[in-house]
Design a protein around this ligand. Sequence first.
Ligand SMILES: [Zn+2]
Length: 201
Amino acid sequence: MYAPPVQRLILELGKLPGIGQRTAQRLAFHLLRVDAEEANGLADAIREVKERIGLCEICFNLADEPRCRICQDARRDAELICVVEEPGDVIPIERTHEYRGHYHVLGGALSPIDGVDPEDLKIAELLARVEASDPAVREVVLATNPTTTGEATALHIAAAVRERAPRVAVTRLASGLPVGADLEYADEVTLGKALAGRRAL
Ligand SMILES: [Zn+2]
């Protein structure tokens, strides 16, 4: 129906989450209409993140160096680790200004139905951090999403930490977060309260 380059663009755009066939077409026609500089800006931005952004070797947050900015920051409390599902979950927690510890990004949540098992997430890496003596972690805050998979992940990690490092406190964000919603959509005040009121698991 369209020239092959246009078809390819529609196909690639349609692979993005939440973009159906119609939206992919609309975006493609938009890109055909704008000037080359603007369209190439998008292409360059995509290429640059793929070339320059990787995962922090300690916490698996996004980083443009071997270690992310938070892991490099000596003013932050390295004995406190907040466990989240995705890199996007770090931002709303940072915005609350309630948290001054480090993070650990799992890369998803446990979901046996979808084939996501413990070894598919950075759980072994978390346990290694928790078992290490320097820094001696004193608390793990489980900030996985208040969804079925997020809760299952929190319970799994809590049991594993208790077994491997019983001296480490395990806490979960206080209720008050909308059940079933993702952390990234929680407002700062609610999330700040949930952090301040975290309870032992
Ligand atoms: Zn890091």
